[in-house]
Design a protein around this ligand. Structure first.
Ligand SMILES: *[C@@H]1O[C@H](CO)[C@@H](O)[C@H](O)[C@H]1NC(C)=O
Ligand SMILES: *[C@@H]1O[C@H](CO)[C@@H](O)[C@H](O)[C@H]1NC(C)=O
Ligand SMILES: *[C@@H]1O[C@H](CO)[C@@H](O)[C@H](O)[C@H]1NC(C)=O
Ligand SMILES: *[C@@H]1O[C@H](CO)[C@@H](O)[C@H](O)[C@H]1NC(C)=O
Length: 739
């Protein structure tokens, strides 16, 4: 009998816990107490605030997380260092506008800092749809003047609209600090902050607060040395430097859900939510390039990731300690071959293709011209280099460097830097030339002339041949020449590729009618269509805003067209019309594997023999990609949503937009930009950017685990390889719960 009552009591308690009413309002009054289990929800239901426990932890933290999309992803934690050990915590905002977390009656265990002991007449706390928890004067109509706001105290996540940097008026200094581990929000060892010595720069500090990574100085559009970060239709980045404040901020321009995060392992990533697959995708990762290591090659040394050894001295410089340098001890750097003596004849050499050096010892003026800048540098003997501050509108402003120049990196940087050099070093576009050099140049000139003649001849032959071919391939499409770019006639004619005109596709899909929409891929919507012949097709329309550029499109067309295997989706044709880029695939009525695997009712259709057949089919497809096809292909984005099922539930691998082609004997490669899907990408790829056939095998392994367990590797987006199905998962409660 006793046992019965106990379980009854437990059931009632559970019932109460699960269904206790949450405060479904976006604002609370001063001193209104919110209990563990109750939450505040922002007006648009974008964010929710309350107590939660990270996966594998019983500790309770007060935090803000995504509600409507990316549900459960925590973006801010109040009591990072002072967790509650049970569920009796409460929180409120007092009449001084301070956020207080209390436990067990009235013991305050954490409180927000507040500048003054002012009593406000009617303070109101509100969770905004930007993810900002603000306290404001309820009688004030000013919507921007806050008594306190969580955006002033960032955790490890920079949400759109949030500022990273300093406010000189209020003295606020906003940094990001990583979590200690994926399940522990306490302060980790990495810090991302804006340094205001000289011209302000963004740094990431590591163990012992040593500088690990430096973003180059802001040039009006982006940070020097990050040429990939170009203006795009999805989000904008801005860096503001003025008398009142210095900050870095991003804003979303579309309805994408995106955030920046300083991960517990020290990498700074941009995470973008993929609504269809329900996962965070990593869009940029600062750790991937060894040359991002701050000052790796010492003063006047430059780092080039594509070279071995990576460090070389700049032209006109030599290793300071040649013995150490040759043993890869680069930190002492390089020195001038001919020292400067502050002579009026000294010259400035123009350098291109380099990340700008550290500006901690620098001076700037936003209105000076390049000419004035040079004059200013010439006048001061300790000035070692100058450049325009802003590259917009042909360049403006002046940046002067003093002392040794540190932290160069070879990259695709178009901005010019002018380095001070002694007049005695003869200069020819940044090269020093000795006597033997001049002899060399003579030989080179002759060789070049011969080469030019040969080039001219082959060009003529090529143009002639191309003209003839044009007449053969007429009507194949306006931009077919793009396919000629890399592939010879023979190879291209192997491709069984049809150009299908846009008008036919419009007709087949009922003008891309919403009724025909099958889903939204990573790169754009997919529609079902029926050609005039009655053939069913799947039409993948690459959205203009998609990350898939022309190269990726080209990649996918050629790559997929050359692959013929029963476990790969067959490409039937393509269409390029002005900005439209469309791929036409065979239509697979059963759609993708994830729709079955992670759906409670449908997953029961996947009997064991069927699951086994699907796994075997995927394996065969991968084997073909890796070994049996004429070109070694690495897919790089294997996951359940990229496995399509035909009428007989045969699996077919799709989505080759990210695939890379390898030469027959090439085994690994390196990339600066990690693409793929979090949870499926292998650690060595995520961290070092190295990918190989093994990366696909890793993803395949994850897929097999998911097939067997029926659970997603990454239910929630806690950022770690251990915190998922791969770590261990037996009998564990759901990874995130705030009930
Ligand atoms: C502030 O607003 C409350 C109700 O919103 C009102 O009762 C009160 O008188 C107001 N106080 C002042 C000083 O305006
Ligand atoms: C994402 O999906 C949810 C539900 O699946 C939907 O309500 C929302 O509108 C979608 N958001 C976008 C930006 O497509
Ligand atoms: C910047 O340069 C302009 C033009 O030379 C000058 O008028 C201005 O005073 C300078 N500003 C500072 C802060 O030095
Ligand atoms: C040169 O610049 C440095 C750093 O700004 C400054 O300390 C020094 O006084 C300047 N020297 C002259 C002669 O202007």
């Amino acid at each position: 009998m006793d046992g019965f009552f106990t379980s009854l009591l437990i059931s009632i308690a559970l019932f109460l816990l699960l269904f206790s009413p949450s405060v479904a309002v976006d604002s609370i009054a001063a001193n209104q107490v919110i209990k563990d289990g109750e939450t505040i929800v922002s007006a648009g239901e974008m964010y929710e605030m309350g107590f939660f426990s990270p996966a594998n932890s019983r500790n309770r933290y007060l935090g803000i997380w995504y509600k409507k999309v990316a549900t459960g992803t925590v973006v801010w934690v109040a009591n990072r260092e002072l967790p509650l050990s049970n569920r009796s915590g409460t929180f409120k905002v007092n009449s001084q506008g301070r956020l207080l977390i209390s436990c067990c009656g009235d013991t305050v265990i954490w409180s927000s800092t507040s500048s003054a002991f002012v009593r406000y007449i009617n303070p109101v706390a509100k969770l905004l749809d930007t993810g900002n928890f603000v306290v404001k004067d309820g009688n004030s109509t000013d919507e921007t003047n806050f008594i306190w706001q969580s955006f002033d105290y960032p955790g490890d996540t920079l949400l759109p609209g949030m500022k990273l940097g300093k406010d000189f008026v209020t003295g606020t200094n906003r940094n990001l600090t990583s979590w200690k581990s994926p399940n522990d929000p306490s302060l980790g060892q990495y810090v991302n902050y804006v340094d205001t010595n000289g011209y302000p720069q963004v740094f990431i500090l590591g163990q012992g607060l040593l500088k690990r990574i430096r973003y180059g100085p802001w040039n009006g559009i982006r940070f020097s040395g990050l040429p990939n970060e170009m203006p795009n239709p999805i989000y904008s980045v801005d860096f503001v430097v003025n008398q009142k404040e210095v900050y870095y901020k991003s804003e979303l321009k579309s309805s994408t859900v995106q955030m920046m995060r300083l991960m517990w392992d020290g990498s700074m990533v941009i995470l973008r939510w993929n609504n269809r697959s329900g996962e965070w995708i990593v869009f940029a990762n600062s750790l991937l390039d060894m040359c991002n290591g701050y000052g790796l090659c010492g003063p006047y040394g430059s780092c080039d990731i594509s070279k071995t050894p990576s460090c070389t001295c700049m032209d006109g410089f030599e290793p300071k300690r040649p013995d150490e340098w040759n043993m890869a001890g680069w930190s002492s750097g390089c020195q001038r071959k001919v020292p400067l003596d502050c002579d009026v004849t000294e010259d400035f050499w123009k350098i291109k293709g380099m990340k700008f050096p550290d500006t901690q010892k620098s001076w700037y003026n936003k209105s000076m011209t390049l000419g004035e800048c040079e004059m200013a540098c010439r006048k001061n003997c300790s000035c070692t280099a100058y450049a325009n501050l802003d590259i917009r509108r042909g360049g403006s402003g002046c940046l002067l460097w003093f002392g040794e120049l540190l932290d160069f990196k070879v990259c695709d940087e178009s901005q010019d830097l002018y380095i001070r050099m002694p007049a005695s070093l003869l200069k020819d576009d940044g090269l020093t030339i000795s006597q033997s050099g001049i002899k060399m140049i003579r030989v080179l000139t002759i060789t070049l002339s011969i080469l030019l003649v040969l080039l001219g001849l082959s060009l003529a032959v090529y143009v002639y041949k191309k003209k003839r071919r044009r007449s053969h391939t007429k009507g194949r499409g306006r931009r077919v020449h793009a396919l000629d770019k890399k592939y010879s006639d023979v190879e291209k004619d192997d491709l069984d590729l049809n150009f299908i005109s846009l008008s036919k596709i419009v007709k087949a899909t009922n003008n891309f009618s919403i009724d025909n929409k099958l889903g939204e891929g990573g790169f754009g919507p997919v529609y079902k269509g029926v050609l005039e012949s009655g053939q069913e097709i799947a039409v993948k329309k690459l959205s203009e805003t998609s990350e898939q550029g022309y190269d990726e499109f080209y990649n996918e067309v050629v790559c997929v067209a050359r692959l013929q295997h029963r476990n790969l989706v067959k490409l039937l044709g393509y269409c390029m019309d002005e900005d439209e880029r469309i791929l036409i695939y065979e239509y697979l009525p059963n759609k993708s594997l994830d729709l079955y695997l992670f759906d409670e009712t449908k997953s029961s259709m996947l009997e064991w023999p069927l699951r086994f057949d699907i796994i075997r089919g995927i394996a065969k497809g991968i084997l073909y990609l890796h070994q049996d096809s004429r070109h070694r292909i690495i897919h790089r984005d294997l996951k359940a949503s990229n496995i399509l099922l035909d009428r007989d539930m045969n699996p077919k691998i799709s989505d080759f937009g990210l695939a890379r082609e390898f030469g027959g004997d090439q085994i690994t490669d390196k990339t600066k930009k990690v693409v793929g899907t979090y949870g499926y990408i292998s650690p060595e790829y995520a961290i070092h950017g190295r990918y190989s056939v093994k990366s696909d095998v890793f993803s395949f392994g994850v897929l097999v685990l998911e097939m067997v367990s029926g659970r997603k590797n990454r239910e929630f987006s806690h950022e770690d390889v251990n915190d998922n199905l791969l770590g261990h998962d037996r009998g564990k409660p759901p990874p995130f719960s705030h009930f």
